[in-house]
Design a binder for this molecule. Sequence first.
Ligand SMILES: Nc1nc2c(ncn2[C@@H]2O[C@H](COP(=O)(O)OP(=O)(O)OP(=O)(O)O)[C@@H](O)[C@H]2O)c(=O)[nH]1
Length: 554
Amino acid sequence: MRLTLNIATLKFRLTVVVIGLVLLATSVLTFVSLYLAERQMRDVIGSQQVALLSSAAAYIDADLESRQTLLKTLREELGRSGGHPEGGLQAFLEAHATLRDEFFNVLVFDSTGTMLANMNDRRTNNTLNFGKRAYFTETVAAREGVISKPFKSALSGKPVILVTEPLYDEQGKLIFMLGGAIDLQRPRFFGQLEALGSGATGYLFMLTNAGTIIHHPDKERILQRVQDEAGGAVASTMAALGGFEGWIEGPTKRGVRALITYKRLRKTDWILGAVYPVDEAFTPLIDMRPTALLASVAVAALAGLAGWLAILRLLRPLGALRGHVAGIVDGSAGIEVFNVRGRDEFGELSRAFYTLSQQRRQAELKLEAQARTDILTGIDNRRMFEETFAAALGRAARGNTAIALAYLDIDHFKTINDTYGHKAGDEVLVEFARRLRAAVRSTDSVARLAGDEFVAIFEGLRDDVEPTILAEKILDMARTPFLAAGASLQVSTSVGIAVGRGNAAGAGDYLALADEALYAAKQAGRDRYAMRRLGTASKGTPQATRPQTATDNA
Ligand SMILES: Nc1nc2c(ncn2[C@@H]2O[C@H](COP(=O)(O)OP(=O)(O)OP(=O)(O)O)[C@@H](O)[C@H]2O)c(=O)[nH]1
């Protein structure tokens, strides 16, 4: 089977439309699904980040609290010794080596802020005074331990925070103040937090509520105020400094689009933040995109194929209809092929074609009949006569039977017209035709050739007498008065008869001979017939023949 592609066909256009719509629908559906999935996933990831950060904040709170507790235990131990531990303060500190696990340095200040002992460098003891430092004055004012703001250590130069615990005597006078320094860059403090960063490059960071960076993977930024950095703080961080907690999608300082989550620490009111780059957060979805698109294209292709097959199936009656029309055009089919039973639109269309074709056929038949009928009298006209006579001659030739042609002309018809008018003449012609039809046998044919000239064909004649009997009948029927224009008209006719047998001669010979006989009847006085017989000619060479016999009823 040869497959040709005709883009003008309804089938092709419907297929294109179906495939296009399916492709569009699946693409839109895929994009909308992916978009909704991304939105939902972002909400889920955001909530996860909030939960993660809450746990981390609780962990830091607990961590700072445990360090404060540790320092409190140390203070109580110092208190129990009345502020005079055995071996002195320096020895007392050094005896608690485990403090190093929690603090970068532990210091003891006197009531004025002079550092009396520290774990890192005993040479600096009694040489430095920190009485004006904020953590010292704040502790004195609060009369309890505080967690300092981050600052650069005067001893180590490292960014630290200090946890303090004051020791009072029984009179409530400050004797000593313990300070535990936490190195902000030391893994011990935020080590676990760094592991909580989401994705490959996600990370956690921490700021004070004033914007000073406490923790950040970029160590250079620690102790910087985000507001003072080049370009200022990003919008989300400004919102967090303003009190926002939760997750937000926005750019980081380095311009990476990320889900950024903020959570305040209960104990210090610091801000813990988490950055999760969007690209990494949505990696599963982004990875899924080509697969989803491929799947949607595959679905569209399958649906398109199904649509195409459905269209082929549905349009099959249309193909059949087209075939029927072509069949009728080339004559290989009749209009009956349109008379189908289908109840769909194609069935209705086919039946409408059938009805239309039937009507057309009937109109054609009517036209054909009209073309062969004499309009005035309703009997056959000359054209029909020629066909009928040719067929009759054929039958006579095949059956070798006798046949006669009677040529009639109403006598003095012109006078009727002239005397009673053309209309009356018409009435006579109509009545004459009716009587002629009635006078001859049912198997005989009659026709009006022109004006007042008529013919009658007599077939299957038994003998020579029969045409003369028929001619007499015709003469008789004409003699009965005609009613026309309110008058009774006496009419007569003359008849010329040509009789032959088998294929004796052609139609023209019969007509000529009958006309000749008619002329003879007219000459003999009218209201009579004259008969002429055609001689036989050799078969296959029809020719004009001379009459052999003549019979007149004059
Ligand atoms: N009313 C009427 N007259 C017609 C019609 N056709 C022809 N005629 C007339 O019929 C007449 C025929 O006259 P002819 O046959 O020549 O002469 P006639 O008067 O019959 O004389 P004869 O044939 O010699 O007896 C003419 O006057 C035509 O005008 C027609 O359809 N209706």
